[in-house]
Design a protein around this ligand. Structure first.
Ligand code: DMJ
Length: 450
């Protein structure tokens, strides 16, 4: 055993194998690409054109309405990894076989972040106008959800050109505007700018968080990202982000000995989903969006460590939801698992990626690689990788969500790439890890001009 400098805050011993791998990013990228190929080719063979493959038995589903969600969500990762044959293959299929005009009530949120986001970023990375045409096709067909300058209705039937109201939440309402802002800029269509502008209706909610779990999460993520995509020019958005991050650190952070947790305003409940927060704080620091660099840095480091330690289970993979129990403020805490599933979610790896870009501490690459190894060990199936029913028993489900290839493998691959690969000075990732280029745009000044 040897010691790697900065390997962890306490310089714990790290095996030679890990050290060799961590110092050989190319080798690790190859391993990540191999995992991507396993999932892509199983999907290609058994579920091409369907939304998802069932990785245990090569079944398939159209849970999102049958618009090839896995293919489109994963495409920009394949482009980044320079998988030419896979990309040409998908392009041909999109050109000749794909339409969004389905008689199905789509989730406006999921279609915006996964499908519109995936098509836009594929265009950004290739300049191939086919992807922009398809993105525009999707944008137009989602427009009934945004009539009268309102926040979106949750569902749209693209064939009937009809929106449907019903249960929704602030994350769904407030995290489609980044995608429409970019689409508006690329197509020069002011109707899409109106959609992006609808975010001002949810500005107050976004900047006064009461939870960072599901149903809230990406609304708050977009408080920073809408500011950044407009080249950090909008002072209202900057102030809004700072109001929000201060409230998070003052009201939603539970301090437990050496760990910090992110809990809800009225309950000590935390989901793995909330682990996007340390990455957001790191991004705010790197982009000079924060008014308090030191405070954010301390919180981001502690929270990333907490999120990594969630993986300290018999499988080495994190449970999805838990309660945090503590006897007093500052005492150590116990986690009581509420949902034992591991859903192949990206948030901890996403934060590890941002922390690596910010600090260059080797421990973050080691942490990312450790999680990747556990996924390979426990989630591999005959036809890809699956979510787990239980991180203690390692019982497998039969599900491979599209964010496995769109987010988990992309952030892992970027963790072992150079900073100039999708430099965060020029790019903003949407909540599904699709990179968009920054451009000159002010959300609030635009609204006052219109
Ligand atoms: C993804 O679809 C997105 O990251 C979304 O914002 C939250 N949930 C999943 C991943 O966990």
């Amino acid at each position: 055993m040897i010691l790697v400098k900065n390997a962890t805050e306490t310089d714990q011993p790290v095996s030679k194998t890990i050290r060799r791998h961590v110092l050989s990013p190319l080798m690790i990228r190859n391993e990540i690409e191999a995992a991507f190929k396993i999932s892509w080719h199983a999907y290609r063979t058994y579920a091409w054109g369907y939304d998802e493959i069932k990785p245990m038995d090569a079944g398939k589903n159209n849970r999102w309405g049958g618009v090839a969600v896995t293919m489109i969500d994963a495409l920009d990762t394949a482009i980044l990894m320079n998988m030419k044959e896979e990309v040409i293959d998908a392009r041909q299929w999109l050109l000749y076989n794909w339409t969004f005009e389905k008689d199905h009530f789509f989730s406006v949120f999921e279609m915006s972040i996964r499908v519109l986001g995936g098509l836009l970023s594929s265009f950004e990375l290739t300049d191939d106008s086919l992807y922009l045409e398809k993105a525009n096709h999707v944008g137009k067909l989602l427009m009934p959800a945004f009539e009268n300058d309102h926040l979106p209705y949750p569902q749209v039937n693209a064939f009937q050109r009809k929106a449907r109201n019903g249960y929704t939440n602030v994350a769904e309402q407030g995290s489609v505007q980044l995608e429409f802002a970019r689409l508006a800029f690329l197509t020069n269509n002011s109707r899409y700018f109106t959609v992006a502008n609808s975010w001002k209706r949810i500005f107050h909610r976004a900047t006064h968080p009461t939870s960072l779990n599901g149903a809230h999460d990406s609304l708050h993520e977009y408080a920073l990202k809408l500011y950044l995509i407009g080249n950090a020019q909008d002072a209202v958005l900057r102030r809004g982000y700072n109001t929000m991050r201060k409230r998070i650190l003052s009201h939603l952070l539970l301090r437990c000995g050496k760990n910090f947790f992110l809990v809800e305003k009225n309950a000590n409940f935390m989901e793995h989903l909330a682990c996007f927060v340390p990455g957001m704080l790191a991004l705010g620091i790197m982009s000079n969006a924060t008014d308090d660099r030191d405070r954010d840095m301390a919180a981001a480091e502690k929270l990333t460590r907490t999120c990594y330690e969630l993986y300290n289970t018999p499988s080495g993979l994190a449970a999805d939801q838990f309660m945090v129990r503590t006897k007093c403020e500052g005492c150590s805490c116990r986690r009581h698992v509420k949902d034992y599933k591991f859903l192949l979610r990206p948030e901890t790896i996403e934060s590890i990626f941002y922390m690596w870009r910010l600090t260059k501490k080797v421990k973050y690459r080691i942490w990312g690689y450790n999680i990747f190894k556990k996924i390979r060990k426990h989630c591999r199936t005959p036809f890809g990788y699956t979510a787990l029913e239980n991180v203690y028993s390692m019982k497998k489900m039969n599900e491979q969500p599209s964010f496995w290839m769109a987010e988990v493998l992309k952030y892992l691959w970027l963790l072992f790439s150079e900073d100039n690969t999708l430099n965060i000075n020029d790019w903003v990732f949407n909540t599904e890890a699709h990179p968009f280029r920054k451009f000159d745009w002010r959300l609030f000044s635009f609204s006052s001009e219109s």
